[in-house]
Every structure is written in C-alpha cells, then in structure tokens.
Unconditional design. Structure first.
Length: 235
C-alpha cells in the first residue's frame, strides 16, 4: 500500500480531481461535494472522497512540481486503481493574447525535464494528454457555455529564472503558458495506460506582469472547478 497516501483500498474513487494546493482540495470538498470523507492527510496533503450529483469523486492535492505529482499520480493509478486524473491548476501566460481568468484545456505538455526519460525511458520532450478526458472537457465546456482554449503548455522545473526570454522549448512547440506538473502526469498515464488531462486558469501574464490577487483567486477558480466536476460525471 502507498506510503504517501493513507487511504484504505476502496476509499479513492476511479476519477480524481487534483489541484496543487491541499487547501484548494478542501475548498472543493466543502463547497461542491456531499457525503464527504477525509480519506488521507499524510504530510498534510488532503484527499477527500464524496459525491457530486450522485457520482463518487475524489479530490486530492498533488503538491508542486514533477516529483510531487509524479509520486501521487503513480500511486493513485497503481495502488488505488484510479482510471482518470484531471489536474486543475493555475498557469502563467507567455503571451498577452491570453487574459487573466482564461481557462485552458491542455493538449500537450512540453518539457526539458528528464522525468519521463529516467522514469519510463521516454525520450520525447512533448507528451500528449491521455485518454478521453480531454475531449470530455471540451464537450462539457460547450454545454456550460464556457469558453475554453485548447493549447500546448510548457511544464517547467523552474519557477524563478535569470533569463527572462521565452524558453526555447516553449517557442519550439508554441506553448502559450507555463506550469510545473502536467508533463509528469501525462508521462505516468501514458506508461500505465491510464487517462489524464489538465485544466488551467491563467493567473498571471508574464510579459505584462498582470496577476490575479489572492482575494480574487477563490472566485476566479470556481469556473474551472465546476468544469472539472461536470466533466467527471462523464468519466
């Protein structure tokens, strides 16, 4: 059994929605789920299982970066037999063509990271979303009359960097935004034959230095949360 997740077998749903922040996972459980149980709090990384419109769903945090989401997603897929993980997070836009609060459905994650190479002997630096969740997100967004942009993103190991120029890999694959987890999630899902997708809300515009304030974030992220929950009904 997992040493990082203390839930018992059967306490994790087949579909897991995964924000980075444990408190965001708690927010989703408190505001959207019924019959909720806190099934794991090891290392203060919370996992809640409950029901959304009658369907059992787990919401749990990934932490930040490839190593963290790599561990949690692998153990969810293998130890708890999870079928689908949908990452729901924030990102920085590389272009002012994106606006604050835009919602992105990630088609491919590009990275300079060696995570996939050394974990699964995958040499590629661009890994696609896996399974049907990506298409279900687009389908659900249309039903909700919610504008969602499909794009490639850059998954980076680095939050702060000396060079302010657009990273070469982002330019190579026309990545419009940057975050720190999807490449590892997609790599794990690909290796294990599982389904994985990422929905992101633009929280800052790197060229213009615009950003969502701390007070705005709770309300700003709700459309993405609702989109992920409505999508989960189809998975």
């Amino acid at each position: 059994m997992s040493v990082h997740i203390s839930a018992k077998k059967g306490q994790i749903a087949k579909t897991v929605l995964m924000p980075g922040d444990p408190l965001r996972a708690r927010y989703m459980a408190d505001h959207f789920l019924t019959d909720v149980t806190l099934v794991s709090q090891t290392r203060n990384i919370f996992f809640f299982t409950g029901k959304y419109k009658g369907k059992e769903i787990t919401v749990g945090a990934s932490g930040m970066g490839f190593p963290s989401i790599g561990i949690y997603s692998y153990e969810l897929f293998t130890e708890y037999e999870v079928d689908t993980i949908v990452r729901i997070g924030t990102c920085g836009a590389y272009t002012s063509e994106l606006k604050l609060f835009d919602i992105l459905n990630v088609a491919n994650a590009a990275s300079e990271s060696t995570y996939a190479k050394f974990a699964w002997v995958m040499e590629e630096d661009l890994i696609a979303k896996q399974g049907s969740a990506f298409d279900k997100i687009n389908e659900t967004a249309k039903e909700l009359d919610l504008k969602v942009k499909t794009t490639n993103i850059h998954s980076s190991d680095i939050f702060y960097r000396k060079d302010s120029d657009l990273p070469a890999i982002a330019e190579k694959y026309n990545c419009t935004a940057v975050e720190m987890e999807s490449f590892a999630l997609f790599a794990n899902a690909k290796f294990l034959g599982k389904s994985a997708a990422t929905i992101l809300t633009v929280s800052d515009i790197i060229p213009t230095k615009e950003l969502i304030s701390a007070d705005q974030r709770e309300k700003a992220l709700q459309p993405m949360m609702e989109l992920s929950l409505e999508t989960a009904l189809k998975l």
